[in-house]
Design a protein around this ligand. Structure first.
Ligand code: BV8
Length: 228
């Protein structure tokens, strides 16, 4: 598949208007949960039930939210420019897929998937546990964890993302605070490779100076306008 000309990084802000809480906005996820306790391997080792409850609560919410106009606009962009658009999302929800995006990398994993602690086999959560039981260790351990990248863990498909950033003409970051690495460093990589860099955010604050352009407003308004 050819290198994408457009790389789009999304964060929690693109799902906010679907009703999915962001992390660092007032009353966001990290205002209500201790990141160290629920989003690190150490937290899981210390209290796996607490971590499973945290992700099961977020998984249950997925059943009651829908993709919004911003997710749908990105899917239209990909359909209009086949093979030229890659969406790299920090989000673990499935709203991009449900809106129709196909060339998509979940760099922080997916709420809808689980991993076997023993053999590392990944599978859709609860749909495929029987298939996993082929692994004696899985059966013995019966232990699964969310297929989510926690702090201190290596995000998925970083080589592929790096390759795309060095070849794109346009890098856009939508609805992310740029608080977490390596995602927060993508803009520099794209810029160094000569791409035009644009931030779309409700409030272009924290890391705005690192972009060539900023477009302020709610994602359901600014993303469709940006795509059209
Ligand atoms: C790594 C999955 C190395 C979990 C997440 C010490 C020890 C270890 C590592 C570190 C360390 N110190 C620093 C690090 C690096 C660390 C890091 O960056 N920490 C930060 C806190 C400083 N990073 C890591 O650990 C990463 N791994 O470095 O590995 C390595 C190397 C070799 C081998 C092994 C390992 C892994 C980071 C991934 C952590 N997992 N998510 C889960 O979801 O439960 S990250 C977490 O932040 C979130 O999940 C989210 O994915 C991510 C980014 O947040 P945002 O999406 O930006 O959300 P936020 O709320 O912050 O912002 C929302 C934005 O939306 C705002 O700007 C707002 O204005 C805007 N908005 C709101 N409403 C709207 C809107 N915009 C438009 N429209 C609207 N309506």
């Amino acid at each position: 598949m050819p290198k994408p000309k457009i790389v789009i990084l999304t964060g929690a802000g693109i799902s906010a208007e679907s009703g999915v809480a962001t992390f660092r906005d007032p009353n966001g996820v990290w205002a209500n949960f201790d990141l160290e306790e629920v989003a690190t391997p150490q937290g899981f080792a210390c209290n796996p039930a607490k971590v499973q409850d945290f992700y099961n609560m977020r998984r249950r919410q997925m059943g009651s939210v829908e993709p919004n106009a911003a997710h749908q606009a990105l899917a239209r962009l990909e359909q209009a420019l086949p093979d030229e658009v890659l969406v790299v999302t920090q989000n673990i929800d499935d709203l991009h897929e449900r809106a129709g995006s196909r060339r998509l990398i979940h760099m922080h994993g997916e709420l809808g998937r689980a991993l076997c602690l023993a053999c590392g086999a990944g599978s859709p959560w609860m749909d495929d546990i029987a298939a996993q039981s082929k692994c004696p260790a899985c059966e013995a351990m019966g232990r699964l964890r969310p297929d989510v990248v926690w702090f201190g863990e290596m995000p998925y498909r970083m080589e592929e993302v790096g390759d795309a950033l060095t070849g794109c003409d346009l890098f856009a970051a939508i609805g992310t605070s740029g608080s977490v690495y390596p995602a927060a460093g993508f803009v520099e990589e794209a810029r160094a490779a000569g791409a035009l860099t644009i931030e779309l955010n409700l409030k272009c604050a924290g890391w705005a100076s690192r972009f060539d352009e900023q477009i302020e407003g709610p994602a359901t308004q600014v993303v469709p306008a940006f795509v059209e």
